[in-house]
Structures are given as C-alpha cells and as structure tokens.
Ligand binder design. Structure first.
Ligand code: PLP
Length: 234
C-alpha cells in the first residue's frame, strides 16, 4: 500500500476519533487534502485512494497541476479549493478553475470573482477568511468587520458564501489551541443569527485538527500529515 494511501487512512481515523470525542457526527466533517508543493502524481495517488477534494495555495502551480491531471487522468473528477493569498489581478483564473475559494478577505476580491465566474459553471463557493488571532502579519478580515463584508459578499450573484475560514497561531497546548477556533465558531453563529445562510467552518490543519474539530470545524485542511514535510524549493 502506498504511503499516501496509508497516511490518508490514518488522517481519516484521526478525524473519526476527534469527532467521537467531541460527540459529533463524522459525516459533518470534510477532509480537504492540501497538495501545495506536491506534484500531480501525489494528487493522483490520493485520488486513487478515494480523495476528491484538494486545496492549493499558489496559483500558477495549481493551474499547471490541474491541467496535467485533466489531460492525463480525465477519469478523475476532482474538486479544487483555492486557499492561498489572492492578488486582485489574478482573480480570473481562480474564478475559472476552482470550485471553492477559502481565502477571500475583502469585498473587492469577491466582486471580481463574481464578475469573472463563467456563466456555465455553478456559483463559486466562498469562505470569508477571518484574522481571528489578531496577528498583524496574517490576512483575513477583522472579526469586527466580518458581518459587513459577509453581507456584501452574500449579495453577489455568482458567489455562494458558505462560511468562515481561519489560520490561527500555533499554541502550546490543546486548551489554548481551541480558543481561536471557539471564537471563529461564535462569529459564525453571530453571522447566522443575522440571517446569513452559512454551513461551513474551514479550520484545522495537520497540527491542530483535533482542537478545530472539537470546536465545530466542518472542513479540515490537511497537507503534511498526508504528503509529508514540504520543501519550498522556489
Ligand atoms: C498549507 C496549508 C494547510 C495545510 O497545512 P498542513 O500543516 O500541511 O496540514 C492548510 N491551510 C492553509 C491555508 C495552508 O496554507
């Protein structure tokens, strides 16, 4: 059995265990496999092990990979999620080639994605990225601005606002790690109470998925636990 297949099984088991301890239905938690820096063959190996949803951070790398897989393995029906920082002049290929975008953090980007989403495709699924740990260096809207931006996004015709995404700072222990995820969940509840129809909390990576699931994650984004350590040879 390939290492990728083995790691995928182990991660799925970790998700099941975390759901059990949180007394949650595991079917409410989707695994997004983050394939940035790993090649098309790695994605294909994961797809052959039953994984359909993949996340990418770097646009050119992602487009090359999507095209390669499309050309060599048209039998694989994959779902692509863009999860990296977005430059406003690069929105068109994102609108054309992805099913989801988790890293929308301002209205201008959302407007462009809506305008550029091809008419023959379904609306683009969107998560609003929130700067939940208050880190100046990180992208994401401030929690105080989230409602206004979310309302603006939900009015755009070619987008479907699904929920919130965050990348909290790493914390020393499980209890501390859970705090920012709990804050994101509270913000999500607040937006729903204000009338927004949201169903997605995109939170949790290889190191903190257990804490995120305990606090209500509906999508965990997992890379290194499946493909191994990344090397940024750019
Ligand atoms: C790289 C990345 C991940 C996956 O991180 P791992 O620690 O490899 O699981 C998840 N989300 C985002 C936004 C990322 O950039």
């Amino acid at each position: 059995m390939s290492v990728i297949r083995q790691n995928l099984q182990a991660v799925r088991q970790r998700i099941t265990d975390a759901a059990d301890s949180a007394q949650r239905d595991v079917h409410g938690i989707d695994l997004l496999v983050v394939s940035k820096t790993f090649n098309a063959d790695a994605v294909i190996a994961a797809a052959e092990a039953g994984q359909a949803a993949f996340g990418e951070n770097y646009l050119q790398e992602a487009l090359d990979k999507i095209n390669t897989i499309h050309a060599t393995r048209p039998d694989l029906a994959l779902e692509w999620h863009f999860i990296g920082p977005i430059q406003s002049n690069k929105t068109r290929p994102i609108a054309e080639h992805f099913d989801w975008v988790h890293s929308v953090d301002r209205e201008k980007i959302a407007q462009r994605l809506s305008e550029q989403r091809p008419a023959e495709l379904p609306p683009l699924n969107i998560c609003l990225q929130v700067n939940i740990s208050g880190e100046a260096s990180k992208s994401g809207v401030l929690p105080a601005d989230a409602l206004a931006v979310a309302k603006a996004i939900s009015a755009l015709p070619r987008l479907r606002l699904r929920g919130l995404m965050a990348i909290p700072e790493a914390e020393g222990d499980e209890a501390q790690q859970r705090a920012p995820f709990r804050q994101l969940h509270a913000l999500f509840d607040q937006l729903r109470a204000a009338g927004l129809q949201l169903d997605t909390l995109s939170m949790g990576m290889s190191a903190d998925m257990t804490a995120a699931i305990a606090e209500g994650a509906t999508i965990v984004r997992i890379g290194s636990a499946i493909f191994g350590t990344r090397e940024y040879a750019k």
